[in-house]
Design a protein around this ligand. Structure first.
Ligand code: ZN
Length: 455
């Protein structure tokens, strides 16, 4: 790969030791960032970044990428509707190839939107061929990802709400041995668990122990919506003695103060899917609460069945809703708003360096720091929705959208250039459209068969 010099951009390094460079150069050698300075002279291939904003790639800390093939199927769903209309309706009929098609197209969608690291929460392992297919999709797209191995999803009754089904340890181990013998690759691994309330205590304990024996982190949805909000999942995990720094809690909308305290004390990490939470009834996106407890919250997309697949949306949904809550309280109390309101920079922090922290890869990505892997994005700040740039952080957080993502580099490899993905997008589109068509027919037939059996 050699050396590449990204020259003359506005650099938002998200590294406190480097800060923002109004005009800066980033030198990449092979897969790594080797220098970030106002001016670098190097014998290198040059990417002219004049008029561009250079940022670390975004990190999406939780997405069910397998749902790409059913994008937009549940626009008006609540979380309860989603369990029935997506998990119970579509998931049982997914074939391995549908997971592959979805993960390939979904990972390309991420790269197109400037997401260079993805936590793929893959609770679609209906057969042992399903995880291999999901991983293949991620590999082919070239994204950095944490593949989170989840349960099968062949029936709501079997896998959700006091389920007695443990994720099969032998297959999790097989996947760990086959694809993740090192934790330093472009792909890393986690266990996507359902947790207390969704499963019985012995399942929870078995799955937590499984992850810890294999040395992989744990990710679970917690404290959301009408049902899971009442499970007090953190209290239950605490009672089982399972809280730890290897665990990511997703949503966290209905944590008690004590649960927040316990997550903080035990070193847990937070993923907030703001648009989903606000729209589907999970609860408020708890960004302020996370910061109040000294945590470093991250952002996630969750489901493209119902929300857009980019982090610009997430930054703005979380920023607006959390400020709205403070503003509303101040209106009620008839007091001035505090000067501790969330800032645009905090949102960018959540979408980049905090995300890397939560995905367990802050040692290699999340900021433009010499020694880290070269995962970065050039946003075209000459575009009409971006000019004039008075404040580059505001430009990224509040003006930019996917159309401004000009260049995306992952692990030193250029994956998008001049606004175009360097991938066979037409093939990915055909594959995911074919799956969409199959899934609609198969789900309808599956439902009819179930209804007939019940009648
Ligand atoms: Zn989710």
């Amino acid at each position: 790969m050699g050396k590449t010099l990204i020259r003359g951009g506005t650099v938002l390094s998200m590294d406190p030791n480097i800060g923002d460079l109004p005009r800066g150069d980033v030198l990449i050698e092979d897969d790594r960032i080797v220098d970030v300075q106002p001016q670098i002279d190097a014998d290198a291939e040059v990417i002219d970044a004049t008029g561009f904003i250079v940022i670390p790639g975004f990190v999406d800390t939780h997405r069910h990428t397998w749902e790409t093939a059913i994008r937009g199927c549940a626009p008006n769903s609540t979380l309860d509707d989603y369990f029935v209309g997506v998990l119970d309706y579509y998931a049982p009929v997914y074939r391995p190839e549908d997971v592959y098609h979805s993960n390939l197209a979904g990972a390309l969608e991420c790269i197109n939107a400037g997401i260079t690291t993805l936590v793929d929460w893959s609770h679609i392992n209906n057969t042992p061929e399903h995880p291999d297919a999901g991983i293949r999709g991620l590999q082919e797209a070239g994204i950095r990802a944490q593949y989170a191995y989840g349960s099968a999803n062949t029936s709501l009754a079997k896998y959700w709400f006091y389920s007695g089904e443990v994720i099969p340890a032998s297959d999790v181990k097989r996947i760990r041995d086959t694809y993740f013998s090192s934790d330093n690759g472009l792909l890393t691994m986690a266990l996507a668990t359902r947790g207390p309330g969704f499963t019985q205590d012995q399942v929870v304990t078995a799955e937590w122990n499984m992850a810890r024996e294999l040395g992989i982190p744990i990710t679970l949805h917690a404290g959301m919506g009408r049902m899971a909000g009442r499970f007090a999942m953190v209290e239950q995990l605490d009672r089982l003695g399972l809280l730890g720094p290897d665990t990511t809690y997703i949503h966290c909308c209905y944590f008690s103060e004590h649960e927040w305290q316990r997550v903080k004390e035990t070193g847990g990490t937070i993923s907030i899917a703001a648009q989903v939470e606000l729209q589907m009834g999970h609860g408020w996106a708890p960004v302020n609460k996370s910061y109040q407890f000294g945590l470093r919250p991250s952002l996630s997309v969750d489901v493209v069945t119902t929300v857009p697949g980019d982090l610009f949306t997430e930054m703005r949904a979380a920023f607006a809703s959390e400020r709205a809550r403070v503003n509303a309280k101040c209106w009620e109390d008839n007091v001035e708003v505090p000067d501790t309101m969330l800032t645009a920079r905090q949102m960018l922090e959540m979408a980049t360096v905090n995300g890397a922290h939560v995905a367990g890869v802050e040692d290699r990505t999340g900021s433009l720091t010499p020694g880290k892997k070269a995962d970065l994005v050039l946003l075209d700040a000459r575009d009409i929705n971006m000019v004039p740039v008075k404040d580059p952080v505001a430009a990224v957080t509040l003006s930019a959208d996917v159309s401004n993502v000009d260049t995306v580099i992952i692990n030193g490899v250029v994956r998008k250039r001049d606004g175009k993905l360097l991938a066979d997008v037409a093939r990915a589109r055909d594959l995911v459209e074919n799956s969409c068509e199959y899934l609609d027919d198969a789900a309808k037939a599956h439902k009819a068969a179930q209804d007939a059996a019940a009648a």
